[in-house]
Design a protein around this ligand. Structure first.
Ligand code: GLU
Length: 476
């Protein structure tokens, strides 16, 4: 019998999992349950485009049901295949567990090129896919909740929501069947920037660790650090913008489908984004000192910098180019950008890798807030904002009166502001990323055999999932 080859991405996730599982102290049977994808749904359905029929291949994989609903995005890409979706669904379980988002993991994939298909065709595909999920009970606020991923965004989520409520009109929580919806249609402020913002919080926290920075020869703090980013999609764009504007970091290299640019003195990300919007390319940007054509764009991985942020797709740093990486830190904003074989080489070189399923968990974290908002049917801050403002103002007035000193209008505004939805979302996200970083770091410090952050993050997630199963009486 011919042994089928596992997809390299799925094989890499398995290698990572197996490497970490032995440090978890859990029973092999329990580990097998944690590893396997619980439900895999593969469908083919037709859509008509003009006078033609197109058969669409699509998937929804629910990796784990230790907590429900299961959660994860839907990807539109020509490269979608079953094992890729399985790998991504698996990462979602660990992602949710590591940041204490109380969901199982899932992922969807539709094999289409979203940039070639018309809006009309995409809407047909999305609605039909949603209908197929409804028929099989594969979607619902208590069952499985999709979200955006590569090639999808708020528009597709609105179509999913509308299709769902058409069939499930009596479900009062219907809006919670999908997250990443437009803000005006039961979405939440801060969801679009969430993954990039979470990446920023994660990187900033690592850079605050004095001893860790000393070990790789960096001064603590993000301010002034040089960053190279691969990919200017939703995640890359927000990561770059927030790291520059709020972290004071210097973006010195960027790659996109058309090529790559480099300037050690810094590239203003706002100017570059404007230029690309107007001209369709980064290659003609005047702020670039070195330019690399489309075929050489992977060279971005080898640029000299403090922090390299792959923010595009999986399998970008492999054993072939890992030895040429010059960054001191690799911050995985994408899912699976570094293969297991490549990571071994990077770790040997003393490079710190911030693992994907921790670092890019900001998206699902804010999805969780959106789902909570949908279930509670009220926006965060609506009930308490004015009450808090009045209380804080009363306190400030009292202090002013008793001390005989006054503060400026600006200081007063800052001290008495009640939290709006966006403030609370950002605060919740910041807390999540910082708390999880320290949970992971504590495992790395406590277990001498656990050398790197990815293994520690896996151990953290595996132990939490294992504990859920055990408490439910499975595998006593
Ligand atoms: N697609 C995103 C991810 O890979 C978000 C998932 C979600 O919000 O459910 O984490």
């Amino acid at each position: 019998m011919v042994k089928q080859q596992m997809d390299p991405f799925y094989a890499s996730v398995k290698k990572y999992f197996d490497g970490a599982a032995k440090h978890s102290g859990l029973h092999d049977g329990l580990l097998a349950q944690i590893w396997h994808c619980n439900a895999i749904y593969k469908i083919y359905f037709p859509i008509t485009i003009g006078k033609d029929y197109k058969i669409i291949e699509a998937y929804r994989v629910q990796h784990s049901h230790h907590r429900t609903p299961s959660k994860g995005g839907i990807r539109f890409s020509n490269h979608v295949n079953q094992e890729e979706v399985m790998a991504l669904a698996t990462l979602m379980s660990f992602k949710c567990a590591v940041v204490d988002v109380p969901f199982g993991g899932a992922k969807g994939g539709i094999k289409i090129n979203p940039w070639e298909l018309s809006e009309e065709a995409k809407e047909k595909v999305t609605r039909r896919y949603t209908h197929e999920l409804i028929k099989r009970d594969f979607i619902g606020p208590a069952i499985d909740v999709p979200a955006p991923d590569y090639g999808t965004g708020p528009k597709e989520m609105a179509w999913i929501y509308d299709t769902y409520r058409t069939f499930k009109g009596d479900d009062i929580n219907a809006a919670g069947c999908v997250t990443g919806k437009p803000v005006s249609l039961y979405g939440i402020k801060g969801r679009t920037e969430a993954t990039g913002r979470g990446v920023f919080y994660g990187i900033r926290e690592l850079l605050e660790q004095e001893k860790d920075m000393q070990a790789i020869g960096l001064e603590p703090g993000l301010e002034g650090k040089s960053i190279v980013i691969q990919g200017l999609g939703n995640v890359g764009t927000h990561t770059a913008t927030i790291c520059q504007d709020e972290g004071g970091a210097k973006i010195i290299g960027i790659s996109e489908v058309e090529g790559a640019i480099y300037n050690p003195d810094g590239i203003d990300i706002h100017k570059l984004l404007k230029h690309r919007k107007e001209t369709g390319t980064i290659l003609t940007f005047s702020g670039a000192k070195k330019k690399f054509k489309k075929k050489d764009r992977r060279k971005v991985m080898e640029f000299e910098c403090d922090i390299l942020i792959p923010a595009a797709l999986e399998n970008q740093i492999t054993k072939d180019n890992a030895k040429n990486v010059k960054a001191k830190i690799i911050a995985e904003a994408a899912n699976g950008p570094v293969t297991a074989d490549a990571e071994k080489i990077l770790l040997k070189k003393g490079i710190i890798v911030l693992p994907d399923f921790y670092l890019n968990a900001g998206g699902v974290t804010v999805s969780y807030f959106e789902w909570l908002k949908n279930l509670q049917h009220v926006r965060f801050g609506r009930m308490d904002k004015r009450f808090n403002e009045r209380t804080y103002k009363g306190l400030v007035d009292l202090v002013e009166k008793n001390t005989g000193k006054t503060i400026t209008k600006k200081q007063k505004e800052f001290l008495t502001k009640g939290g709006d939805e966006i403030d609370l979302v950002r605060s919740g996200l910041e807390e999540t990323m910082i708390a999880s970083f320290h949970q992971i770091r504590a495992i790395q410090k406590r277990k001498r055999s656990v050398k790197d952050l990815r293994t520690a993050a896996f151990v953290s997630a595996i132990q939490k999932m294992g504990s859920d199963y055990m408490q439910m009486g499975i595998f006593p």
